[in-house]
Design a binder for this molecule. Structure first.
Ligand code: ZN
Length: 307
């Protein structure tokens, strides 16, 4: 230290070089100053080197460093959020399904009412108004491609964004397939066991079961659905159900029994007793073009096969 002090007095630049105090951006020597510390036993000389050079290169690097750190933090945050959405079943095109993204259509002005009711349900849930209420089910039914899935997904999304945990959006047909696959595949990272698949839809804080009647209601499918609905009704757990079947019969009367072939009488009874609202979607499809036409043709074919 004494040698460095002596050098600093003699040749500050050489001292700085020896101490490695050179700006890495412009090469300027960061010359040390000798400062005197007041200590109980007298003055003590000390070498003080500036930490910063202040050159443009250094300022730019600091800025980029901040930006990189900020970008990394943002990226990690986004990754966590999309993992949360994926776990809830909101991946692919469902990521875009929010209330704001729902378009009220010129060719079907009544879609505004569908949006309004779904929003009112979400508001009632988020405000806690429906906590402990037996009327905590939302039923969306009607023509395919009219936005039922969108509104069900948007409600789950709103819940997650409000901080709710264990919210799930599950297409019913795909869930049944996953259960069937679990009978043949050992449970692992790619295949959950039946119990795990069912537990989340039984226990989830908010659960949306989509397209319950997309597949014919086999006895096994109905037996699988009943305990889920029964428990959710009993425990007053908010639930959204979507159906493609129209809820209005040929006399344009609201007729819940239109759903009975798909869910069975006992399950239907539970659902009817628990509804907060029933929204019918009689409008024309959102989707257009060949893809939708194909889907519609298949839908009718399946419908014909049942009757
Ligand atoms: Zn510099």
């Amino acid at each position: 230290m004494a040698r460095l002090l002596a050098l600093a007095r003699e040749d500050p630049e050489a001292c700085a070089r020896e101490m490695g105090r050179v700006c890495p951006y412009c090469g300027r020597v960061l010359t040390p100053q000798i400062v005197q510390y007041e200590l109980p036993w007298g003055k003590q000389p000390h070498l003080s080197c500036p930490d910063e050079c202040g050159c443009p290169g250094e300022r730019l690097a600091a800025l980029q460093g901040d930006e990189a750190a900020e970008a990394a933090r943002k990226h990690a945050e986004e990754e966590t959020y999309s993992a949360e959405l994926r776990a809830a079943g909101l991946s692919g095109s469902l990521v875009r399904c929010t209330f704001d993204a729902f378009e009220v259509r010129a060719d079907w002005p009544a879609s505004a009412r569908c949006l309004q009711t779904a929003k009112a349900y979400a508001d009632a849930l988020m405000s806690g108004e429906l906590r402990g209420s037996p009327h905590c089910f939302l039923v969306l039914a009607g023509n395919i491609g009219t936005g039922k899935t969108h509104l069900a997904a948007a409600t789950v999304r709103r819940a997650l964004d409000t901080g709710w945990k264990d919210c799930f959006f599950r297409p019913w047909g795909a869930m049944l397939k996953e259960i069937q696959a679990s009978w043949h595949e050992p449970a692992g990272p790619l295949q959950r066991c039946e119990d795990a698949i069912l537990r989340e839809v039984r226990m989830g804080q908010l659960v949306a079961l989509d397209d319950i009647d997309k597949k014919r209601g086999t006895p096994w499918a109905k037996e699988t659905l009943f305990p889920i609905i029964d428990e959710r009704v009993r425990e007053m757990r908010p639930t959204i159900l979507t159906f493609n079947a129209p809820l209005f019969d040929e006399n344009t009367q609201l007729n819940f029994f239109m759903l009975e072939p798909f869910v069975g009488p006992a399950t239907l009874d539970r659902i009817v007793g628990a509804t907060f609202a029933i929204v019918d979607f009689p409008g024309p499809s959102y989707r257009s073009g060949a893809e939708f036409e194909q889907e519609e043709i298949e839908w009718h074919r399946r419908k014909d096969a049942w009757t």
